[in-house]
Design a protein around this ligand. Structure first.
Ligand code: ADP
Ligand code: ADP
Length: 227
């Protein structure tokens, strides 16, 4: 089954074509690296995959269902996005409160909320920091809290924007292990990244955008075709 189907999608801001006739398919469980220089259209594509924006032309299907105005909200629950800057995503006074925010918003009972929070914090290795204030954590720890908050929503597709940025080598190793964990959980993972070495090592599928066009889509080999 396919997690993502993008068909001839065009998205414009005024007269800027942020995405221009983009098409690709991603099977469930794939590790995807979304690459391309600044301005290539990565953020715009993430907004479409998140159901936050609707394509003006073409269609986006998630798990076989077309994203439309009336079901964007429903589908969005199945997609989690971890933004580049964890400070945009962290609000609460304690780590556990922060991770609980999303599941509580879903209207789950408190027992279920707490169970999800615990599991999510264990999977990102932050269980011992449950009671800490997120504001006193390192950048890498904050990012893991932001990821836990998304995992607690139990998404099927998770999109991470530049998750390796501003991490030291240890933080990168931990994050890569966490990505492997998510893969084992059966998640489809999209990572927007500039890091060719990381993409080559980690991804099953690379999407390469340039000026709104998908100039390459396939296995990591394509990253080396120009050389
Ligand atoms: P990336 O994430 O790869 O840097 P974006 O999707 O942010 O690319 O941007 C693609 C193009 O769309 C760029 O030319 C950018 O300047 C433009 N763009 C993005 N967001 C907006 C916006 N809200 N209003 C106008 N232009 C935008
Ligand atoms: P990224 O680091 O993901 O590439 P960008 O610098 O492309 O981020 O964009 C950051 C934010 O600014 C995004 O929300 C994007 O939509 C918005 N943005 C980008 N370009 C423009 C633009 N030309 N006009 C207005 N908003 C823009």
């Amino acid at each position: 089954p396919l997690a993502i189907e993008v068909r001839e999608v065009t998205y414009t801001y005024g007269n800027i074509k942020a995405l221009n006739g983009v098409s690709f398919d991603i099977p469930v469980g794939t590790k995807v690296a979304l690459m391309g220089p600044n301005g290539a259209g990565k953020s715009t594509l993430i907004s479409l995959l998140n159901g936050l924006e609707l394509s003006q032309k073409g269609e986006v299907r998630l798990f076989g269902e077309e994203v439309k105005r009336d079901n964007g909200h429903q589908l969005r629950r199945r997609v989690g996005v971890v933004y580049q800057d964890p400070d945009d995503q962290i609000f609460s006074m304690s780590v556990e409160e922060d991770v609980a925010f999303g599941p509580r918003n879903l209207g789950l009972n408190e027992e279920e909320v707490l169970e999800r929070v615990e599991q999510a914090l264990i999977s990102v290795g932050m269980k011992e920091m449950s009671k800490r204030s997120p504001f006193e954590l390192s950048y890498g720890q904050k990012r893991r809290v932001a990821i836990a908050g998304v995992l607690a929503m139990r998404p099927e597709l998770i999109i991470l924007d530049e998750p390796m940025s501003f991490l030291d080598p240890k933080g990168r190793d931990e994050l890569q292990a966490l990505l492997e964990n998510m893969h084992r959980m059966g998640l489809t993972i999209v990572v927007a990244t500039h890091d060719v070495d990381f993409a080559a090592e980690w991804a099953d599928h690379v999407l390469l955008l340039k000026e709104g066009k998908l100039i390459a889509s396939g296995t990591v080999d394509l990253l080396y075709e120009d050389e």
